[in-house]
Design a protein around this ligand. Structure first.
Ligand code: ARG
Length: 574
């Protein structure tokens, strides 16, 4: 299959518009909102008519006359001021299903491949990963998977926070506990380690002085302090990797390129910005005034790239990083999956990167922002005592809650199997609850709703999958190469939904919106249930039975693939 459904319809309608005297007019193909509008609507006629001061109904009539949808549509109608309603032919949809069944990629075409940098997870290594890093980690992972599936080359970049004054304090404290022989235990809990180091820093002036000396030594390349810092990072990264493994996120050490990696580049970035007349001195700091960003008084906002004391900032590091992503990695597109509260930083950084020539016009730069996770009280998600929730604890709780649910459903199942199911369900529920919401909004983290077996949840979809698989366990002897033939309306609607998979993935990739895929899978499961209620599968006979089993098969394959692209596992039973 060379084109997705949208691409195919778009090409045909554009050809007709062109033949009707409107070359280059967009077709504006959209899934129809209501059954009486057919399956798809082409909405481009009105715009094209307006631009040419034509009567839209008259143009629509002409377009429909020229429109060649032979073998694709069974009905084409003009509605309202010039909408074109298209109903796809059942035989055509059956053909799409058969092509998808015969293809390991389920009929998903490969768009022109791009090299895409995805900056995600990127925790600060001074502390343990907490819920704030969950969203970046799973949204970034899902986007990376979808992009890879479409055939793009994805370069994951875990831009960890591994540099700055905190690390002087932490290495100084590491020496101290090591002298007491307690380093191994103290580092078991990084959160605690950080708290105690901070306490020492605040209470003991000598310690604070030492910590500051360490920062200078670290920055000066001192081997001994450098080795301690490395050791600390190693332990901290190991904590992250435990979380990644548990989440089923494929980030490895090879993907880590932390802030420290850009260290040597920072003076060069500032010098270069000065040479280009972009950075100027202001109150002892080096700043860039960006005309594109103005404050309330209408003055250009200052973007600081070097502090008064000579220190560099988060902004400077990101400028060096974008230069690396463009110049060394030769990316076509760079995604930054980072909290929406950093939006201004990224808009300014992107603007400056363009002006300074670090990011050529051919490199797409996108901040993939997301809202915060809220507790059921609508306030930022915290522990009962008001502390930050460690990710490791959250995932532990997800699995144990799922284990209780699974055990209640299947008391006789072996414990190992219940654990295995609980892992997939618990982790899947946490991920899906996050991914299924529009990432731009804040969302309420609720155990009960994410673990529900009804509604738009992971357990519901995982369960739908096991139900389809169970059909095959009872099918016995059927023609696994039989063609799909569509006669019942419920079969046709299921096949239509199945045919939309490729467009859904394109939409996810283009708009970096994983919730499009969740909504699609939920819709697909619903269409399947309706089909399954309306059309007997195992009790039907001959070609109809085989065709329906093939539809079941393609639905199961699509659900499994789609959930897999969200980083969610499916099960054979649950
Ligand atoms: N470490 C940062 C934080 O925890 C996120 C880094 C995101 N990536 C970037 N290139 N700035 O907020």
């Amino acid at each position: 299959m060379k084109q997705t459904l949208n691409e195919l319809l778009d090409a045909r309608v554009r050809a007709a518009l062109s033949a009707a005297g409107c070359p280059d007019a967009p077709a504006v193909i959209q899934p129809a909102g209501r059954p009486e509008f057919g399956d798809y609507q082409a909405n481009g006629v009105m715009g094209a008519a307006k631009a040419r001061r034509m009567n839209p109904r008259a143009l629509a009539t002409e377009v429909v006359e020229k429109l060649d949808l032979a073998g694709i549509a069974s009905q084409v109608e003009i509605a309202g001021p010039g909408f074109i309603n298209i109903t796809l032919d059942a035989a055509f949809l059956a053909g799409r299903a058969n092509e998808a069944l015969a293809d390991a990629r389920l009929g998903v075409p490969r768009p022109a491949a791009q090299r895409v940098v995805v900056d995600f997870s990127s925790p600060n290594l001074a502390k343990e990963m907490h819920v704030g890093h969950l969203r970046s980690t799973i949204i970034g992972d899902a986007l990376a998977r979808v992009l890879r599936y479409l055939g793009h080359e994805v370069i994951a970049q875990n831009h960890v926070g591994d540099w700055g004054t905190q690390f002087g304090m932490l290495t100084a404290y590491l020496i101290e506990v090591e002298q007491g022989g307690e380093a191994a235990i103290a580092l078991n809990d990084l959160e605690d380690f950080y708290r105690r180091a901070k306490q020492r820093f605040d209470e003991d002036a000598e310690f604070a002085t030492r910590a500051r000396e360490y920062v200078v030594k670290l920055q000066g390349g001192d081997a001994q302090v450098g080795a301690l810092w490395q050791r600390f990072l190693d332990i901290s990264l190991h904590h992250c990797e435990e979380v990644y493994a548990r989440l089923g996120v494929g980030l490895t050490r090879a993907d880590v390129r932390g802030e420290s990696a850009y260290n040597d580049d920072l003076p060069a970035v500032v010098t270069d910005l000065q040479a280009k007349g972009l950075a100027v001195e202001s109150e002892g700091a080096q700043v860039v005034f960006l005309d594109e960003f103005r404050n309330k008084e209408g003055e250009a906002q200052a973007y600081i790239v070097q502090k008064q004391d000579g220190g560099y900032l988060y902004s400077t590091t990101d400028l060096a990083a974008v230069r690396y992503r463009a110049g060394t990695l030769h990316a076509d597109r760079a995604l930054y999956v980072v909290d929406a509260r950093q939006s201004l930083h990224f808009q300014q950084m992107f603007t400056l990167a363009r002006k300074a020539g670090y990011a050529p016009a051919t490199l797409q730069l996108e901040h993939v922002g997301f809202g915060v996770m809220l507790g059921e009280d609508g306030k930022p998600f915290k522990t009962r005592s008001g502390g930050t929730v460690k990710l490791a604890d959250l995932l532990e709780e997800a699995e144990s809650r799922a284990f209780a649910l699974v055990s209640a459903k299947n008391p006789d199942m072996a414990e190992a199997e219940r654990r295995e199911i609980a892992r997939a369900v618990g982790i899947g529920a946490v991920k899906y609850a996050d991914l299924s919401k529009n990432r731009n909004s804040d969302y309420v983290f609720s155990w009960d709703s994410m673990l529900a077996f009804e509604g738009n949840t992971a357990p519901y979809l995982q369960y739908a999958y096991t139900r389809i698989r169970s059909v095959f366990r009872r099918a016995e002897g059927w023609d696994e190469t039989a063609p799909v033939v569509l006669s019942d309306p419920a079969e046709r609607l299921l096949a239509l939904e199945l045919a939309r998979f490729a467009d859904t993935l394109d939409d996810v990739a283009r708009e970096t919106m994983p919730h499009f895929l969740c909504a699609y899978l939920y819709e697909l499961a619903g269409k399947f249930m309706r089909f399954y209620e309306a059309c007997p599968v195992l009790k039907s006979e001959g070609e109809v039975r085989a065709s329906r089993l093939r539809l079941c098969q393609l639905t199961a394959d699509t659900l499994r693939t789609g959930l897999g692209l969200l980083g969610i596992q499916v099960l054979e039973t649950m």
